[in-house]
Write a protein that binds this ligand. Sequence first.
Ligand SMILES: C[S@@+](CC[C@H](N)C(=O)[O-])C[C@H]1O[C@@H](n2cnc3c(N)ncnc32)[C@H](O)[C@@H]1O
Length: 373
Amino acid sequence: MQFARSSMKSSIYEEGLARIIYNSNVFLNPKAKLNRDISVVIAKEFFKGRFSVLDATSATGIRAIRYAKEANADPITVLDINEDAIDIIHRNLSLNNVNATVIRDDIRSFSLRSDKRFNLIDIDPFGSPALLVNSAFTLASKRALLFVTATDTAVLCGNKHRAALKKYNAITFDSDISHEVGARILIYFIARIASQYNFGIEPLAVLSYNTYIRLYLKIERGDDKAMKSIESYGFFYKCNECGNQGLYTRYNIEQRCSVCNSRVNISGPLWIGKLFNERESYSDALKDLASTYKANEWRWIIKAILEELDIPFYYYLPEITSRLKKGSISIDKLIELLRSNGYMASRTHFNKSAIKCSCSYSELKGIISDLKV
Ligand SMILES: C[S@@+](CC[C@H](N)C(=O)[O-])C[C@H]1O[C@@H](n2cnc3c(N)ncnc32)[C@H](O)[C@@H]1O
């Protein structure tokens, strides 16, 4: 096969079982390895055998190749709109002995003319995935996985309010809880589109890391599935005055804080359902993955993902201790204390200075104010 740009200077990058040629015209980010590693683990544990994949925004072909070599994916379809990417994808597939159908196309036009249906669709564009999500639901099989990356975290997490309204139909405000809020706004946004196609969604895992949010979603067609997702729509609120925070379901939005009666800031609509469904199905495999990491940070993230309580939202401790004029407190000791008082409590991967717990903001504040520090 002739490769038009094969004379361009290229380098080799190795990750998992893939060896990847890349050059300056085609995107490859080694920092997204954690995101790709978790994708491979969840896909492998979910399907436990062959499954079809659409790597819809492929760049070098690295995801398609890793799904093939590490998770048994077959058949594989790879898309990219960039001509240079298509050239590199062909070279990488042959370097790795992986067969795939490679198409230079925009996922949106591909979805209108393709009659193929896929068990896993991976969308990993530059910036927001908002315009590409519709296509995934026309291309998905009845029960499928949809993995989506968003790198427009400034929009989702509360720094760009106008863009959040336009792109995600969401009201946002900047807060210490912004990363979890951003992830849940994106899940809600996808769930809304899913229901238009008569699909329900169940998040299997969420990764908020660096400058991106990655969602690992199970999607399933059916009226009952779509209706069940709708039960998980709601809003996040935080009181400017006393710091009280919590969530409103779709039907009980208040403008005033239930503790001090001041006005609250509201973010949403967003997803208030679970983020880590069926976690036990992939937890051993993720633990094995974590043991391969040299970087403490990545080991810590995986541990936190596996242990965090699956409830909305976390409490940001520096905010509470500063309101109470307390010095810093040991998070591990606080978690122990909460558990010994009969609450559920854990760390959260969304923020190293935060916890999740089953008590209300006021109860937590009471417990922290009694602490001797
Ligand atoms: C962030 S890179 C993908 C990185 C790759 N998934 C990885 O893990 O290394 C985004 C790629 O999506 C392609 N792209 C952007 N919009 C697209 C669309 N609408 N349809 C297909 N490909 C698209 C770009 O050309 C680019 O190569």
